[in-house]
Write a protein that binds this ligand. Structure first.
Ligand SMILES: *Cc1c(COP(=O)(O)O)cnc(C)c1O
Length: 233
C-alpha cells in the first residue's frame, strides 16, 4: 500500500470514529475539529494529509515544527502547538502557530504576548488554550485548576493573544471519562468570564470517543492515522 493510501485509510477510520462519537453524544458532526498530530513524521506526510483534506496539524517540538511549517508554508494549514513549551521558544512558535494548546504559566503567557506582538505583522492574534493538569502532576505540563482564572485574565489582557479555551491530556492510568467530565466543568467555568473561549481540546487516538462524549471541540490524533511513531517502534 502506498503511504498516501495508508494515510487515507487511517483518516477515513478516524473520521468515521468521530462521526459515530458525535452521533452517540447527540452532537453536530461539525462540532468537532480533527487536528492531525504529525510529530516525528516527515513534511511529505503533511503534504499528503493536506491533499487528503486535512486543514489542522499539530506538533509538539518547536525545532521540528518550525522546519515542517516552513516546508509546507504554501499549503495554508493551521499549525497547533501541543507540547510543553519553554519560554525561549515562544518567538519561534509565534511565527508559525495558529494556536498554542499548552499555555500553563504566567511567564509563558508574557513570553507569548511579547512574541505575538513582534509577529503581529502577520495580521492575526495568537490563539491560546490553557492546559489543565487533571491529576495535579504539573511536571507533565498543565496548570492546576485553581490557577485557571488568573491565567485566563492574563491571556485576555494581552492585545496580541486570543484566549480560546482549555486543553488537557487524560491522566495516565485513570478513567478518561471522569477526567474529561472534570475538564468540561472547568471549561464551563472559564466561559462564564470569557464567553468566546469555547474550545475544549481533548482526546487522542486511544480516547477520542470519551472526549467527544464529554464535549471536546478539538481532538488531537496522531498514531491512529500515521501509524506508531518511529521512535516507539
Ligand atoms: C502526540 C500527542 C497527541 C497524539 O497522540 P496519539 O496517541 O498519537 O493520537 C495528542 N496530544 C498531545 C499533547 C500529544 O503530544
Amino acid at each position: 500500500m502506498s503511504r498516501r493510501a495508508q494515510l487515507a485509510a487511517g483518516l477515513d477510520e478516524v473520521r468515521t470514529r468521530i462521526a459515530a462519537a458525535t452521533r452517540d453524544a447527540g452532537r453536530d458532526p461539525d462540532a468537532v475539529t480533527l487536528i492531525v498530530v504529525t510529530k516525528f513524521w516527515p513534511a511529505q506526510d503533511v503534504r499528503l494529509l493536506a491533499d487528503l483534506g486535512v486543514r489542522d496539524v499539530g506538533e509538539n517540538r518547536d525545532q521540528e515544527a518550525a522546519a515542517k511549517a516552513a516546508a509546507c508554508e504554501s499549503l495554508g494549514l493551521r499549525w497547533h502547538f501541543v507540547g510543553q513549551l519553554q519560554t525561549n521558544k515562544a518567538p519561534s512558535v509565534a511565527r508559525y502557530a495558529d494556536t498554542v494548546h499548552s499555555v500553563d504559566r504566567p511567564r509563558l503567557i508574557d513570553a507569548l504576548a511579547h512574541a505575538a506582538g513582534a509577529a503581529a505583522a502577520v495580521g492575526r492574534r495568537l490563539g491560546c488554550l490553557l492546559q489543565v493538569s487533571l491529576d495535579g502532576d504539573t511536571a507533565r505540563g498543565g496548570a492546576l485548576p485553581r490557577d485557571l482564572p488568573s491565567l485566563a485574565d492574563r491571556v485576555a489582557a494581552a492585545p496580541d493573544l486570543e484566549l480560546r479555551g482549555v486543553m488537557a491530556v487524560a491522566p495516565l492510568g485513570a478513567a478518561p471519562a471522569a477526567a474529561f467530565a472534570r475538564l468540561a466543568d472547568l471549561a464551563a467555568d472559564l466561559r462564564r468570564d470569557h464567553p468566546s473561549a469555547d474550545w475544549v481540546s481533548a482526546g487522542m487516538s486511544a480516547d477520542l470517543e470519551a472526549a467527544i462524549a464529554a464535549g471536546a471541540t478539538h481532538v488531537r490524533v496522531g498514531s491512529a492515522i500515521l501509524g506508531d511513531r518511529p521512535s516507539l517502534r
